[in-house]
Design a binder for this molecule. Structure first.
Ligand code: CA
Length: 231
């Protein structure tokens, strides 16, 4: 899925919002503005918005509540904008899941520079979204946690990595070599058997009936496939 290039500005002071918008447009971004916390929650779209600039003091839900809401839905990069230069506010902002904060009055150049840094960090291929969800399974990469229909499943680090690779390529058949290379970074002679036993272990923890797996399918003579629902 292609990410759109739209930055969401949540800011109730129109002059500030418009000034930021002008500079971001020059940098080639699309910009959407809302001046109200409740509206921000309504229009936020985890796919369309690549970054959020979020004012702390807003009519409607305040910046902290909006930030928590976005964080519960997405790992979108968030920069908190605060008018008060109080340590406490900064801390609250970061604890709520903001990635960075900037204090008013700020230089637009600095803001744009920070936007670019965050975007590079967040969307570079090696820094993927923390949460990956396919079918009834959710994984969190940083904490290496997994849930199946909301129930947490415990996997070993290798099993986790294996499941992650399969889920990232859901719907596609991966050869044993491709899987082994994705896990270890190089192919590994004679690893096939170990791979099969890892798959067996994952199935025993994840599948209701490991003999008739619903998620990880064996493709005879080739490898494995994480099945996408409806395919
Ligand atoms: Ca404000």
């Amino acid at each position: 899925m292609m990410k759109e290039n739209t930055i969401l500005i949540v800011e109730d002071e129109p002059t500030i919002a418009e000034t930021i918008k002008m500079y971001l447009l020059k940098e080639g971004f699309n910009v959407e503005i809302t001046g109200n916390g409740n509206d921000a929650i309504k229009i936020f779209d985890a796919v369309r918005h690549v970054l959020v600039l979020l004012d702390l003091n807003l009519p409607g839900e305040d910046g902290i509540k909006v930030c928590r809401n976005f964080r519960s839905r997405s790992s979108v990069p968030i920069i908190m904008v605060t008018a008060r230069d109080e340590e406490e506010d900064k801390l609250i902002g970061l604890e709520t899941g903001a990635d960075d904060y900037i204090t008013k009055p700020f230089s637009i150049r600095e803001l744009v520079a920070r936007v670019k840094v965050l975007l590079r960090r967040a969307w570079s291929p090696q820094m993927k979204q923390d949460r990956l969800m396919v079918d009834d399974i959710v994984i969190e990469r940083k904490s290496m946690r997994i849930w199946e229909k909301g129930n947490e499943i415990k996997l070993t680090p290798t099993e986790f990595k294996l499941l992650e690779v399969l889920m990232e390529n859901a719907g596609q058949v991966l050869t044993r070599d491709q899987i082994i290379e994705a896990i270890y970074g190089y192919s590994y002679e004679g690893y096939d058997r170990t791979l099969d036993s890892h798959v067996k272990n994952i199935r025993s923890k994840l599948e209701e009936n490991p003999q008739k797996p619903r998620y990880i399918l064996t493709v005879k003579g080739v490898g494995y496939q994480f099945k996408r629902l409806g395919l």
